[in-house]
Ligand binder design. Sequence first.
Ligand code: ZN
Ligand code: ZN
Ligand code: FE
Length: 765
Amino acid sequence: METRHTSPEIRLADIKKSGRLRLHFSGIVQGVGFRPFLYRTAEKFGLKGFVKNTGAGVTLEVEGGRLPEFIRYITRHAPPLSRIETLRLEELPARNSKEFKILESDARGQKHVMVSPDIALCAACRKEMDDPGDRRYQYPFTNCTDCGPRFTIIEGLPYDRPKTTMKKFAMCPECHREYMNPGDRRYHAQPVSCPDCGPRLQLRAKGRIAKANAPGEAIKLLKKGMAVAIKGIGGFHLACQAGNRAALERLRRFKGRENKPFALMATMAMIQRHCRITAAEKELLQSPQAPIVLLKAKANDKLLRLSAPGQNRLGFMLPYSPLHRLLIEKMGEPLVMTSANIADEPILFDDAARELPRLCDAILSHDRPILSFADDSVTQVVENKPYFIRRSRGFVPLPIAMPFSSPMTVLGLGGMLKTTFCLLDKERAFVGPHIGDTESNTALAAEKRAVLHFMKLFSLSPAIVAVDKHPSYPNRLLAEAFPKAKVVEVQHHRAHVASLLAESGETGKVLGIALDGTGYGDDGTIWGGEFFLGDLKNGLERAGHLLPMFLPGGDAAAREPWRTAISLLLALGTEKAAGRFAGKFGRKGDQVLEAANRRRGGVMTTSCGRLFDGVAALLGLGDANSYEGELPSLLQAEAEKARPQKQPYPYAIENKGGMPVLNMLLALEAMLADKKSRAEKACRFHQTLAHGLLDMASHCAGASGVRKAALSGGVFQNTLLLKMSRELLLKNRFQVLHHTQVPANDGGISLGQAVLAAMKCRKEL
Ligand code: ZN
Ligand code: ZN
Ligand code: FE
């Protein structure tokens, strides 16, 4: 992925040759080899002076040479992981410095500094690890100024060793020499260490602790089909052989996870044996962020059947830490590498976590503490750009640039599932790591702790706290930690659309389409298939929606889509078919049929996610969701088996209360009567919905002249629907926005909440 460099505008011609210059850099300029780069460049240009880290970034003073050329050079050749946000120049009288020095850090004025995310092992370090003559041969904690842990080990700023969890390891003379030598590629690499002075591995199994050859012992257990917890960069993984059915079943029992796909770790050569990958996917896998990338698996692939039953994609990542690399190379086969957590709670990252031993046969750990947790990021490639399912390790805590400046700091707390938080300040939005479901106290405590850490790191304190409109989402309670802040409620689906507008820099009027699971609506009913007209500044007005349907049992229907299927059959007027379908579920089936008939004991919803649930159940893809979105993802995989169908099914756009409403019942009726294969029916359903969206877009836009559609909400994790909708909209002269920086799912709504709350309060100022 590209790293952006902002080349600042400087009137280089005006710089006096005889004077001295002071340069202030802000942005990602600490922990990315920026000072050594300046040092080497100053030497190259024969300049004298100094450079130092400050709380606000990096300050450089230089004199005695070709200053304009020097500045041009540094803005063009800055280290790959750095990002210069601003460069301020001051002219000073010459001081006749005799040398160029790197000075101690200055902790004052911590305002504009950024913290680098964790970066995958670089090529130079890989080479050292492979060299039997190198002192870091096979060393599992190898890193340098270009790579290694950052965000997860940083306690405070400025970024220096005493403010990282490496502070407890005293450097040996040789490491110290590297650390102090500006010509060395480990100059001021804060996590630098070697086998003599760095962290130690250990393997804990059944009360026994092995310190010698811990990785070898772990590999022995893995080869026997055991489940081993492995301490990584942002937390523990649970690992097992990806191709061993018994090992996988064992891991699923430990995790209490029936069908949910597992992420895998493997070398590029191994990945290519199982998946067909494009150049863009390869690049994303090999990027310094090294996320999990969902890749199309080859037909009938064994790993697919084992780790992602019913799906057509495998989630692979490369070994991004030196320990991972060591393990994968010695295993010679792919490993399951799934976050160690209970259900959808936050990832475990502390060796003292009591739950950890209960999740595995053995624990491979070390004594470098993780301060901040960060799950692996999960991505796909859409239009040659990353499309996030989860934005966490490798990306957090980099801020996302906003198209406006918020005069006050706003904290968005996120929703209840796939929770993240967001601190918005001026033109930057710091979106935090993936926290997961915030239904438990553990998860709430994790969110609170992470928020407080971000506030400290970036010297921010929220004046406004934005929460979901849902009156009983548990993380509303966290607002109480900020008694002086004003609490603002933001409607869930507006937050989805706003997150997309904010990350796209879109300030104009749009038609926002939020297709989602569920969210609390303005009228107290459950929404999830929403169309909005408006913009960030003036807000988003509801302009249309999906036809409401009845969900027997409310939330129970989200876990058991067969309930939704019965309700849909009734809505079609096919009572006999509904009765036959309900018959499969015995007494419970009768009760649900009865409830759906009377529309009692349930809720009405416009949710598109629930519609996908129901359709998948009607097509026989399953009765229940063992994890969120299981049946909808199976429906997508089924549809992708078929070639695009010629005609969409019929559907209707009705007018209800002056608003266009998309009625998909006709499509379901036609689908059930269709004699084609299940895959073709699934595909045709997707196509019909895409046509319906286009039609709705035209109706909702009406006379407003808006020709820009913004596609957000969890249903748009479905890249087939996204692709079909995009193509149709583009063909019909709509511009289309889709996510590229935050997820379309609830991982993105903290950003949208913060942005809409900021806009609302700005208007009130
Ligand atoms: Zn490196
Ligand atoms: Zn050392
Ligand atoms: Fe949502």
